[in-house]
Design a protein around this ligand. Structure first.
Ligand SMILES: Nc1ncnc2c1ncn2[C@@H]1O[C@H](COP(=O)(O)OP(=O)(O)OP(=O)(O)O)[C@@H](O)[C@H]1O
Length: 253
């Protein structure tokens, strides 16, 4: 089976100031490689500062790698930092949806803008698509007219999910997207994600500190330490027998 997403030797560094004239070069990701199949979930765990969010941003096209490739369905969408216009197929959901939602526009208008800029759908078709998407994530048609402040935290994460799904992506990157939810809302959201995955073969990249979520949701697990992959493989096997010291520490074994 061809992977939906393949990442080959992705590296990223940042330059930061280390004095008035000096600049420091920080290597944040080093030759990261992995593959995710259709309908699969890959969890990424690692200590704080290990490069998880940076990797998420590279995948979603919010930043560019220095070198390496990202392939979607076998086609290269980023090659040594040069991105093709394929961002709609990899979408990202962040921990705090309020920071990525414009408080001044209704949810319906926000979703409509997304469709206007990225598809050639007519107004009628866009309206239909928005209503279907709201219902897919467990929201109501009336929510079209709501502003972000009118939603609860759990509902806002569904709005973020609707915004990710409206363009029919193949991969959704969840960067601590479930962390701020209280346990019962988190459980509902996890069930919704699993149901959507079953229905449409979506693939997820799950970045989280919650090991129970990793165990429950992921097929594969990748462990990052200081920007390098220290362990990668089947989640159940790694939980049963973690090989690297970093994984053993993260899993508390
Ligand atoms: N724009 C930037 N400029 C300079 N350094 C950066 C930049 N973005 C991230 N970094 C550095 O890259 C490293 C990895 O950061 P990143 O946010 O990817 O880690 P993380 O694994 O997601 O951490 P956490 O679990 O705490 O969210 C950190 O040392 C961070 O300071």
């Amino acid at each position: 089976m061809q992977p939906v997403l393949k990442v080959q030797a992705l590296s990223k560094s940042f330059r930061s100031r280390a004095g008035i004239f000096k600049r420091k070069h920080i290597q944040v990701l080093r030759e990261i490689s992995f593959a995710v199949g259709p309908g699969e979930t890959l969890a990424i765990i690692g200590e704080t500062g290990s490069g998880k969010s940076t990797l998420a941003k590279l995948l979603a096209g919010a930043d560019h790698a220095d070198c390496g490739q990202i392939l979607l369905d076998g086609k290269t969408i980023e090659d040594d930092g040069v991105r093709q216009n394929q961002c709609r197929h990899i979408r990202m959901i962040f921990q705090d949806p309020t920071r990525s939602l414009n408080p001044g526009i209704t949810i319906g208008d926000m979703l409509d803008d997304c469709l206007k800029y990225n598809t050639g759908l007519t107004s009628l078709q866009r309206n239909k698509k928005i209503k279907i998407t709201l219902s897919r994530v467990g929201l109501l048609s009336e929510h079209y007219e709501y502003y972000p402040h009118m939603f609860s935290g759990g509902q806002l994460q569904r709005v973020a999910l609707a915004r990710a799904l409206i363009l029919d992506p193949k991969v959704v990157v969840l960067d601590e997207a479930l962390s701020s939810l209280d346990p019962s809302v988190r459980a509902q959201t996890v069930n919704l994600l699993l149901q959507l995955q079953k229905e449409s073969g979506l693939s997820f990249i799950l970045i989280t500190h919650h090991l129970s979520l990793v165990k429950h949701m992921s097929d594969q697990l990748l462990v990052l330490s200081r920007g390098k992959v220290v362990e990668y493989g089947n989640t159940a096997s790694i939980f049963a027998q973690p090989k690297s010291k970093v994984t053993q520490r993260l899993l508390n074994v």
